[in-house]
Write a new protein. Structure first.
Length: 512
């Protein structure tokens, strides 16, 4: 179906002076979020040893940020459209830096989970604001594609910088130091952003509907929590009730948006097949990848015995591939087609995840490095082009809401991926058979097993650790296979959903 939402066509493309300097500030915000996301995985073994969370608490530490941010992104994107995207970005960046301190000094698993949740509230202001500002600063479609490519490449670079810098910090300081690296980035972003960023708002903004805010938050968190708990512990009355409540809230949210004169989210955007296809591609791509990303650092450190810095370097090929392809993705999509680039990128990621089903405790780095490189190449092509499609499918006045939908798909996919694929890893791991004398806490997490082994005699600790590592790898390879299936199915769906999509205007061609 061709969209009835036609972006206004400008007779003369406006090129704002200083737009590239403004972009440099926006990519700092992206760097802030990307670094934080990657260092958490690297620090997880140390957090596990120090705070001693249960397996369930460890998953909450990993995904509560995504839960909260997914529930608030649409609301925050709409708020930025109303009060000003620059204002929301600077306030959110300040809060993000300050709450990072709370993450660094958390002393219990419960406090760490709370700190990650609060960070999600702050993080929900950043990503949609940056993309919305790009949509309003860059009016030339080709310049906007390049700007989005730089935006995406910076996020990928952050995934490389985070583990390397975090690894250095973890080898010389305590685990909380990896969160404190957000502070200098936040300070530079705010001070420079005040001077360089232009303010933009929607000219037809209405009141910020708090009822819709509450419905979206309850709806997303309720559904994701239900999926997470059902995947981990099976169906029970509590997750079932949460899921039904969440589904009812989302239904009410959609109905309410259709009746409001100034909705929080114009749900009619989803009538555009290209917009819907790009959003779904992002959601399922991240779902298929996130379980691997969350547990890969633990594999490198706890299974293969690499130090945190070496583990960080081992993950660099994924970022290199994403940076390289993200910068040229727009040009390639114009030369060939949107659906060819997105479908090819998703298939590359799926095949790379399939290769990771061959992992063992002793797998050499060439296989792992090559797989990560292809994950980065595919993700760089796919994510950059889908972000461009989503932004160019709507008028610039709705850029905040559209950006929020894009980021919601990303964060929701991350939360569901960690919940579903992560539960596969933890479920397989928890069932390992250790020697007599294996303590119960060793079955909670691989980090917990390593900590428990310190108090056991060698004839018990070594067999226990070997069994635990083997079981962890079995779970990781099974989750990688599941991710590969998801990615390949998404590639097939994208081929049909993105038919006729173009980057020049974001509008679909007439069916042939």
């Amino acid at each position: 179906m061709t969209s009835t939402l036609q972006p206004a066509v400008a007779t003369e493309v406006e090129k704002r002076p200083g737009r590239w300097l403004a972009l440099s500030v926006l990519v700092l915000a992206v760097l802030l979020v990307a670094v934080d996301a990657t260092v958490l995985g690297l620090a997880t073994p140390y957090i596990s040893e120090d705070l001693k969370p249960s397996g369930t608490q460890l998953l909450w530490i990993g995904d509560v940020y995504s839960f909260v941010i997914a529930g608030l992104l649409v609301s925050m994107g709409s708020l930025g459209d109303r009060i000003g995207r620059k204002k929301l970005l600077l306030v959110g960046a300040t809060a993000f830096g300050l709450i990072s301190v709370l993450n660094a000094y958390a002393t219990t698993p419960e406090l760490m989970i709370l700190a990650r949740a609060l960070l999600g509230v702050a993080g929900a202001t950043l990503m949609p604001a940056t993309l919305a500002l790009i949509r309003n600063i860059f009016h030339d479609p080709r310049e906007r594609s390049l700007a989005i490519g730089i935006w995406g490449a910076t996020a990928s670079a952050g995934t490389a910088v985070g583990p390397v810098v975090g690894g250095l910090l973890l080898e010389h300081f305590w685990w909380g130091s990896v969160f404190l690296i957000n502070l200098p980035v936040m300070v530079v972003l705010v001070l420079v952003g005040i001077k360089l960023l232009p303010e933009s708002k929607s000219p037809s903004r209405g009141p910020w509907d708090l009822t819709s805010v509450a419905l979206s938050l309850v709806g997303v968190i309720g559904v994701v929590y239900a999926v997470k708990e059902a995947a981990a512990h099976g169906l029970a009355w509590e997750p079932t009730a949460a899921g039904l409540l969440g589904a009812a809230a989302l239904y009410w949210f959609v109905r309410r948006q259709l009746t409001l004169p100034a909705p929080l989210l114009d749900v009619r955007l989803f009538r555009n097949r290209g917009f819907s296809g790009a959003v779904l591609a992002d959601l399922f791509t991240v779902l298929g990848m996130s379980g691997l990303v969350f547990f890969l650092s633990q594999y490198l450190q706890l299974v293969q015995g690499r130090g945190p810095f070496e583990a960080g370097l081992a993950e660099v090929p994924a970022a290199v591939g994403a940076v390289a392809t993200g910068l040229v993705a727009g040009s390639v999509a114009r030369r060939f087609s949107v659906r060819a680039v997105v479908t090819g990128g998703l298939a590359a990621v799926g095949l790379a995840l399939g290769a990771l089903t061959l992992l063992s405790q002793s797998t050499g780095y060439p296989l792992l490095g090559a797989a990560l490189l292809f994950v980065g190449i595919g993700a760089g092509f796919s994510f950059t082009v889908t972000a461009d499609v989503i932004l160019s499918s709507v008028p610039k006045e709705q850029a905040g809401a559209a950006s929020a939908v894009s980021e919601t798909a990303y964060e929701l996919g991350a939360a569901l991926g960690i919940a579903l694929l992560g539960s596969i890893v933890t479920g397989v791991y928890a069932g390992f058979t250790g020697p007599a004398g294996t303590p119960a806490e060793a079955h909670e997490s691989l980090g917990g097993a390593r900590e428990a082994a310190k108090g056991l005699p060698a004839h018990t600790s070594e067999p226990m650790l070997n069994a635990a590592r083997e079981s962890f790898v079995d779970g990781l390879t099974l989750a990688s296979g599941g991710g590969a299936i998801v990615l390949l199915a998404t590639a097939a769906a994208a081929w049909f959903l993105l038919k006729g999509q173009r980057l020049e205007t974001g509008l679909e061609e007439a069916p042939r």
